[in-house]
Design a protein around this ligand. Sequence first.
Ligand SMILES: Nc1ncnc2c1ncn2[C@@H]1O[C@H](COP(=O)(O)OP(=O)(O)OP(=O)(O)O)[C@@H](O)[C@H]1O
Ligand SMILES: [Mg+2]
Length: 303
Amino acid sequence: MNFPAIAAALPATARTTFAGLPFPHLASGKVREIYDLGDALLLVASDRLSAFDVILPDGIPGKGIILTQMSLWWFAQSEKLIQNHLLPDQAGEFARRGINDPDLQLRSMIVRKLKPLTIECVARGYLIGSGWSSYRKSGEVCGIRLPAGLRQADKLPTPIFTPTTKAPKGQHDEPINDAQGAATIGAALYEQVKSLSLALYTFGHDRARAAGMILADTKFEFGTDAAGNLFLIDEVLTPDSSRFWPADEYKPDCSPPSFDKQFVRDHLVAIKWNQSPPAPRLPAEVITRTQEKYLAALRNLIG
Ligand SMILES: Nc1ncnc2c1ncn2[C@@H]1O[C@H](COP(=O)(O)OP(=O)(O)OP(=O)(O)O)[C@@H](O)[C@H]1O
Ligand SMILES: [Mg+2]
């Protein structure tokens, strides 16, 4: 779908729950609801927003639509690098399964039932966030020694793979090194997702750069089918799973503004929320400006 059509379809109020869908509910993620379609899964992206790993009481209207449409675009772009979990004919699948609500269609994907790997595959091209914190303490990120003298937000000599554990709900993912990653999912699979993550990062970085954005870092998830075939799953290269910066505002030695939750994080820091639940309500202006940011990232990419 093209950008103007998506922008025009965004709801006026956030859709954060999905009562009444006629499918068995399997699980709730922080953002997504997962339903069992028998031979497939229905992955519905809500408008929920999490910050510091806590779900906020206010959603961002249409955020789930933006995330799903952006993921669909990236899945199509990245198909040559790795197959993904989408069933080939999404429109046909919706029709066949009686999913006719246009809002629901725009925020949903019908996907293969796969077994998610138990690590999160993070790739970084810049030194920011938890990578920067770790470097300042030890000169390393996930066991990778980096050159001395790097500044916050500096571009790394080459992108690095910095996986984490997949922590249960409410807990924080912990960084792991190559040996721990290989021990968790097996050495061969680990090498495979490591090189794929780096290739996908570089691909995403170059595409984003052409759209006026820097892809600082991103998280991929992979899953396997019963025969052990590997697929890219979940969402891909969205502002929720990635840190995008406007290229023209980028400078090292600070934390550049990001395309996604910057206003939310700034607000929550300003009001000195202690980062444990319950999270506070957001002012209307923070919600509007955040929605604009998500939409701007989509427009930059596909518009
Ligand atoms: N094809 C698939 N088969 C099985 N599980 C999947 C598939 N695609 C995605 N998932 C799982 O669905 C869930 C999506 O939920 P959601 O995006 O809300 O994530 P989360 O795990 O709560 O948090 P976060 O993405 O922030 O780490 C994830 O647990 C993901 O691993
Ligand atoms: Mg997720």
